[in-house]
Design a protein around this ligand. Sequence first.
Ligand code: URA
Length: 274
Amino acid sequence: MTPQPLETAATEALLAFWRDAGVDACYLDAPVDRTIFVAPPAPQVMHKASATVTALHGGQHGGMSSADAVNEARRLAAAATTMDELAEAVAAFEGCPLRAMGAKQAVFGRGNAKGSILLIGEAPGETEDLRGEPFVGQAGQLLDRMLAAAGLADQVFMTNTVFWKPPGNRPPSPQEQAACAPFVERAFALMQPKAVLLVGAAAAKSVLNTDEGLMKIRGQWREWSPSEGGISTPVMTTLHPAFLLRQPQAKRVAWADMLSLAARLDTAQVEPKA
Ligand code: URA
């Protein structure tokens, strides 16, 4: 049946509405309610990340169950002995559901893998998806300028809690973050940074496993001891540069966080880790 001009116009208007609302990819025939809690299967000894993944999702990623995806991520991550190998392992990983949701490529990391700061952001955006590197869009450029002004630019290796752009730039879900967490933890273990900087609420929630508000925890120093690597490091959360672009008056507190980070590293240099 040939569509009538009126139907074509209505369809185009609907598609434009979805696009403007951030629906930029279609990957399932039916909607998924990700707010529904699926009861976990029979209790068994399980790593925290895979327990979270199973409890929240219980689904299949790239043909594997959520728990298998975490195990596969752990296996691939553990085999990587350099950051370049880890980037290759991420690119080969099929267990994160985001991979099949319209992302163009894996976006793992950029910066100095031998530096003293591991920076963990939320997720790649559109520019990162096109270029294959984290924090290269407008927000990333602001972040670069702040790090440079604090004298930290060459000290940082940047990555994200997930390595594929979420559709519509929505925040990554806990199960997507859990599937990618073994790679973030391996990056930490390989780098052994003197400090970790979490950028934005989604990174703080995933790494610190907290629901505390961003404005409450930003600027505070805590300890992060990932299961991988057997080491712990001071970790601070700061505001996301995309938020600073929208709310420039918040740059003042983010700048205070940067100075706190720089000061912490000065201290770390005179007091090397045991
Ligand atoms: N925002 C993030 O959190 N990470 C990026 O890589 C880009 C934008």
